[in-house]
Design a protein around this ligand. Structure first.
Ligand SMILES: C[S@@+](CC[C@H](N)C(=O)[O-])C[C@H]1O[C@@H](n2cnc3c(N)ncnc32)[C@H](O)[C@@H]1O
Length: 220
């Protein structure tokens, strides 16, 4: 079993709860391919972005390697124009092309980004868009205490915004052994790494540095 697969299987339900509450999908949505068509979300998790894309596109396919995440997506966010598949991003296997290929906070789990980008480019229709958002950090793997301190700092604002019960649930997930172990195995690219790697793979792409994440937009 792939490490990311087993790690996300373990935390799926709480990850979904926390991300439904906190995640901001506006970058991916504000850079969408502007017409109807087919969209693909790579590393769709529990389908939070797929569900939003489904109100704009004719068909939205979400792929992920965690069955637990996919089960949540299918039970909570299955619509008539959405399809969820267990597929590894490293081996994209589709007969038809897409107008919009998006991925959010998944690329740091991939072993061979150049190969995945090449496959995405081949699967994209002319004038289609690739929009990738992933973590950026000058420290490849931030130490665990940084996440614990962050969770403590966020607790009060979360209480005020979401209520005490929800804030406790978010805090418990963010400081749980399974989640901290997962974060301790993450490896992030630096800002310069993004410019070097994605600038070469997606010539002419635009970069958006959001502090914790880097957004990359490329039009074919
Ligand atoms: C941090 S979650 C992000 C989920 C979703 N994109 C979101 O923003 O809510 C990363 C997801 O990538 C999936 N993943 C990791 N490696 C993958 C791979 N090689 N192929 C497909 N999905 C993968 C994990 O199972 C997990 O659901």
């Amino acid at each position: 079993m792939n490490t990311a697969e087993s790690q996300f299987d373990k935390v799926a339900e709480e990850y979904d709860f926390v991300n439904a509450l906190l995640n901001d999908y506006s970058f991916s949505l504000s850079n969408m391919f502007p017409e109807k068509g087919r969209a693909l979300d790579i590393g769709c998790g529990s389908g939070l972005l797929v569900e939003k894309l489904a109100s704009y596109y004719d068909e939205v396919i979400g792929i992920d390697i965690s069955n637990e995440m996919l089960n949540l997506a299918k039970s909570k966010r299955q619509l008539t124009n959405t399809v969820y598949l267990n597929m590894n991003a490293e081996q994209l296997n589709f007969n038809e092309k897409f107008d919009f290929i998006v991925s959010r906070t998944t690329f740091h789990h991939l072993n061979d980004i150049p190969s995945v980008i090449q496959q995405m480019k081949e699967l994209l229709n002319e004038e289609g868009r690739i929009v990738i958002l992933d973590n950026v950090s000058e420290v490849e793997t931030p130490p665990t205490y940084v996440y614990v301190l962050g969770a403590i700092q966020d607790f009060l604002p979360h209480c005020l915004k979401f209520g005490m019960k929800n804030a406790i649930r978010v805090f418990k997930h963010n400081t749980s052994k399974s989640w901290l172990e997962h974060l301790a195995s993450d490896k992030y690219l630096s800002e310069q790494d993004y410019y070097d790697l994605y600038g070469k793979l997606l010539p002419g792409c635009q970069f958006y540095n959001m502090g914790w994440a880097m957004g990359v937009v490329w039009i074919k």
